[in-house]
Design a protein around this ligand. Structure first.
Ligand code: PHE
Length: 347
């Protein structure tokens, strides 16, 4: 560098170039990139000026340093200015694009809910759970022995015709009733026994009130001195909890091979309170479940002394209760998963 004039010219040139370049930039990012390049200590037009100090004659060094610093400071200020300007604009655009119109209608998200069958099953489990019943869960594939023979329904017994059975082989079948669970429990445990057993059951049956697959809740109590009165008292409590205060039960003679005596249990109509309506078909009563005193033959077959112990059992159809409780007139509605139907049933 020969003299200060030459230096002035060179620095002036750099300054003009920076001004020119900056006028072309449009984003804070490009300002950042440009600044990095300019200040680069090796290749940068401003950054490299300090490295040239060695080549400057001694008497010029002080002035050279001062002017280079001035240029650096000037450039830094320019970059800061541009950076602030672009950033402000960029933030403005970002806020603009993210603006929320709070007057727009919201997106309606559908809320999940429990299926009526699940609601009824949970409710029944809660009610009997609060009475001290334990839960036993059996299997859907059963042997002929547990589903029929041990329940006092041997091979040639006419009661086998009461339920159309899906046989899987000579020995195995899809259980037709949760009563099979009674035998499993009584084989394993000695009284006192107090269990409920929920589950799916299968019968070759298909119309508006019957489905080839449906759900039952079995109940079994075995202890000293258990009678039909205990069953009736417990059922009265149960129907009030499920259908509402003020309803009661009535027992009608019936037949099941594994209970003696056997009963059909009716509940007084919770819609018309006995006056007679469409739901109870004008009778004031609605059939809700089958029950009875456990047949002595069944107790003995499971190794329980029937002179010491007695028991009662009952079997509730979950879908039947759900249909009554929620006014559903076709059992298929409970299996079709049609949201137009299911959405009407909330608890
Ligand atoms: N298992 C019988 C049925 O499915 C119902 C029942 C259970 C009856 C327990 C008496 C005792 O029809």
């Amino acid at each position: 560098m020969a003299d200060l004039n030459e230096l002035s010219e060179k620095l002036g040139g750099i300054k003009a170039e920076i001004k020119e370049e900056l006028s072309k930039l449009e984003t804070s990012k490009s300002v950042f990139e440009y600044k990095k390049a300019i200040f680069d200590s090796k290749a940068g037009k401003v950054g490299s000026l300090m490295r040239e100090m060695g080549k400057i004659p001694n008497e010029m060094k002080a002035e050279y340093g001062k002017r280079v610093n001035e240029l650096k400071n000037w450039a830094q200020e320019k970059f800061d200015e541009m950076d602030a300007k672009f950033k402000a604009e960029e933030m403005r655009l970002k806020y603009e694009s993210e603006k929320i119109d709070v007057t727009m209608p919201g997106q309606v998200r559908k809320q999940g809910f429990l299926h009526p069958n699940t609601l009824v099953r949970n409710r029944i489990v809660d009610i009997f759970g609060s009475m001290g019943f334990e839960i036993f869960e059996g299997t859907e594939i059963e042997t002929d022995y547990y589903n029929f023979t041990a329940l006092n329904t041997p091979d040639d017994h006419p009661a086998r015709d009461m339920q159309d059975t899906f046989y899987l082989s000579d020995k195995f079948l899809l259980r037709t009733q949760t009563s099979a669970g009674q035998i499993h429990v009584m084989e394993k445990e000695q009284p006192p026994i107090k269990i409920i057993s929920p589950g799916k059951v299968f019968r070759s049956d298909d119309d508006a009130t019957h489905s080839p697959m449906f759900s039952q809740m079995e109940g079994l109590v075995v202890d000293k001195g258990i009678t039909l009165c205990d069953l009736k008292g417990m059922l009265d409590e149960f129907v009030q909890k499920i259908f509402g205060e003020g309803v009661s039960t009535r027992l009608r003679p019936s037949y099941f091979p594994f209970t003696e005596p056997s009963v059909e249990v009716d509940v007084s109509c919770f819609q018309c309170h006995g006056k007679g309506c469409k739901l109870c078909k004008g009778t004031g009563w609605i059939e809700v479940l089958g029950a009875g005193v456990v047949n002595k033959k069944v107790l003995e077959g499971c190794g329980i002394d029937s002179d010491v112990y007695s028991g009662f059992a009952f079997g509730i159809g979950i879908e039947r209760i759900a249909m009554l409780k929620y006014g559903i007139n076709n059992i298929k509605h409970l299996f079709e998963s049609d949201l137009r139907v299911l959405e009407q049933i909330r608890e």
